[in-house]
Ligand binder design. Sequence first.
Ligand SMILES: Nc1nc2c(c(=O)[nH]1)N[C@H]1C(S)=C(S)[C@@H](COP(=O)(O)OP(=O)(O)OC[C@H]3O[C@@H](n4cnc5c(=O)[nH]c(N)nc54)[C@H](O)[C@@H]3O)O[C@H]1N2
Ligand SMILES: Nc1nc2c(c(=O)[nH]1)N[C@H]1C(S)=C(S)[C@@H](COP(=O)(O)OP(=O)(O)OC[C@H]3O[C@@H](n4cnc5c(=O)[nH]c(N)nc54)[C@H](O)[C@@H]3O)O[C@H]1N2
Ligand SMILES: [Mo]
Length: 773
Amino acid sequence: MTIARVPSLAHWGAFTAIVENGRVVACEPFAQDEAPSPMLDAIPEMVHSPLRIRKPAIRDGWSDGAPRTGHDSFREIEWEEALDLVTSEIQRVRGAYGDTAIFGGSYGWSSAGRLHHARSLVRRFLFQGGGCVDQFGNYSWGAAQILLPHVIGTYQPVTGRVTDWVSVVKHTKLIIAFGGLRLSNAQVTSGGAGGHFLRGWLHRAKAAGIKFVMISPTKSDAPDFLDAEWLPIRPNTDTALMLAMAHTLFTEGLDDTEFLARHCVGADRFRSYVLGESDGTPKDADWAAAICGIDASRIRELARSAASTNSLLTCTWSLQRARHGEQPYWALIALAAMLGGIGLPGRGFAFGHGSLNGVGVPRLPLPGPELPSPKNPAKIGIPAARVTDMLLSPGETYDFNGRRETYPDIRMIYWAGGNPFHHHQDLNRLRRAWQKPQTIVVHDSWWTPTARHADIVLPATTSLERNDVGGSSRDPFILAMRQAIPPVGEAQSDYEIFRQLAARLGYEQTFTEGRDEMGWCRLIYDDFRASAARQSVTLPDFEDFWDAGFAVLPPPENDFVLFDAFRRDPERNSLNTPSGKIELTSDTIAGFGYDDCPPHPAWLPPEEWLGGELARRWPLHLLTHQPAGRLHSQMDPASISRGEKVHEREPVRINPADAKARGIASGDVIRLFNDRGACLAAAVIDDNVMPGVLLMATGAWFDPDGASGRPERHGNPNVLTRDVGTSRLAQGPSALTALVEAERWQAALPAVQVFIPPVVRAAMPVNNDRTHA
Ligand SMILES: Nc1nc2c(c(=O)[nH]1)N[C@H]1C(S)=C(S)[C@@H](COP(=O)(O)OP(=O)(O)OC[C@H]3O[C@@H](n4cnc5c(=O)[nH]c(N)nc54)[C@H](O)[C@@H]3O)O[C@H]1N2
Ligand SMILES: Nc1nc2c(c(=O)[nH]1)N[C@H]1C(S)=C(S)[C@@H](COP(=O)(O)OP(=O)(O)OC[C@H]3O[C@@H](n4cnc5c(=O)[nH]c(N)nc54)[C@H](O)[C@@H]3O)O[C@H]1N2
Ligand SMILES: [Mo]
């Protein structure tokens, strides 16, 4: 028996793959990781899963234009034929309809390695061939990315550079955490987690005597060891709470008038709105209590205690993934400005400390390793979450950040490294829109729901079947990802697939720049090493790095405090806003004239919330959080994720009162439904979820029942969520605004089918004697 130990990396952690006779049998956590993720255990199972795509395949019915059902059968073909087909489809569509008829935004997390990052590669490949319709922004912080530059001149605080934990532990006394600090979300870093840091920092913060107040619809959003005070809040109403805190500060003279005058513009107009001078409604604590469900006296006390001590206001990314998601972010900044702590150690505002591993972790300010990206000559993209709108409404106009844009007419979709049939909202609507293009090409390693909705499916290797370099701008490590096993089946790397296509299309040299896989690994590492050298940090040369499996940046010398220079001297270190200051009122946004995004932070009731008219018909607010045992939809077929299911269904947490009113017992299969769709899920009764709220993880593989009118079988909540932009400003996804009803499922229980691979007929003639790994 041969045993090999090979260093590698996933978004959820660095590890050593243990390989026995060509099979990955275990993944040992990286020795320097203080809190490795249990998700590493899912990797061997997934690499050798029966759900792997083994050979290129064509959907039956594609050539006849039969609808994509997700239940179609496929026919395997040889690589040469598959690559020729994709080539001729690209040529046909570009020739007949132009470059903007190809949609290649390909949103999705792909794998951690930077060379074989599928989304970067599909865009590189299509951009170099004439361009395509791209996707801007993301699902994570789509609203913040557009709003924040108007308010503070940058969206840096959502890319991870927020006042760091070192500063917090030294100086902060009170953390008010809107949306909480969900430890399970800190298992992952985009680009790969060399270490896991949040648990350690929270323990140090607790030991330093910091008091935590958590504002969330569920107590489970903070670990018990924090002893956080839990203030249950009605979903999507945090803005009302923040405005009421501002009201207390203004009326009790607790606002920092000097900071507002010297560092902000538009405080007067914001003040007159908060006090009710501009619209007749004072946004006081009593007003907010009726909206958000938190006691008026507690709201006033919270504002006073925030003003009386070194407080830090943090907010998860989830708050802006809701209708009018711009508002809580703007209101949080306004509140922090009134408290006067912005730019001071351990004070001010921050986003995402509890959203992703690495946020707030001290690290030298240099970019993570990356593959250089070319420009898109087609110069067109849509906000990431507007994909269904685009497919359904070619030629129609929409508003986006002050511009009026037109949706292109898409004939071909090329997707690699993403799973829209997981990530997008209102999946039944996406499924209708998905019928429009003539051809859909997908690369994936597994028969995901998106692969099953494609016409040409190309099997991609996993990270363990190729060489790569990984790392993140939020992590001090850079990691070698060495090939551990030969490709499973006939899978090829995304890079190699695109190289062969580029060769057929006449631009192989442009695509490869004359480099092979190892040449690119070396380039990515050497670029990173050079940027470290510019900061006087010496990293080992490539050979030593590749041999050791990692290199690490030393910790920064100084604590990072967001906007400290601006605070010291706002004239010399002005912000990149029109006024150079923090804009509590924005003339630019005022000029857009959007009724769904006014010129200053404001409470705008969403169309669906527990205080609104629709709640009479749909009385439960469905919140979808990130799953603890997988990355989005990745690894859902593995034992860890499946072990969390009940009767094979995704669990949904429900308050005892809501369960009782519906005759639901723990473990019952229930049907969740609204006008957009229905799914089955398994009830878990939990008094840590406030009444009126359902809490469910995203990412159960979409398993539509073939028969019409039947619920999705597995518990994919995106059949229920709302596919509407946050506002005309940012057009971000608003998944967390969704009302539903729940009832016990009384009929026969349909089996979950999505973990059974589709029917795939072997290529004819069968002439290969490969042994499948
Ligand atoms: N309701 C609701 N929906 C949400 C959210 C929410 O809060 N609520 N959150 C949203 C957010 S923040 C995000 S980021 C998205 C995530 O959405 P996605 O990023 O689309 O989700 P993943 O499941 O990570 O999909 C990655 C896909 O890439 C494939 N893949 C992995 N490695 C490779 C590779 O090397 N090559 C190729 N070709 N493919 C590979 C995986 O098999 C998988 O199919 O979901 C969004 N959806
Ligand atoms: N294990 C694991 N970790 C992950 C991921 C994963 O798939 N798996 N995905 C990663 C990605 S891509 C991202 S973008 C981040 C996302 O990070 P976040 O967006 O911060 O995470 P979520 O889990 O979507 O939401 C966190 C909590 O917000 C609360 N919440 C929802 N709506 C409201 C509201 O209106 N008000 C208040 N006060 N609270 C609310 C919910 O109770 C929820 O549990 O997570 C990352 N971390
Ligand atoms: Mo995300």
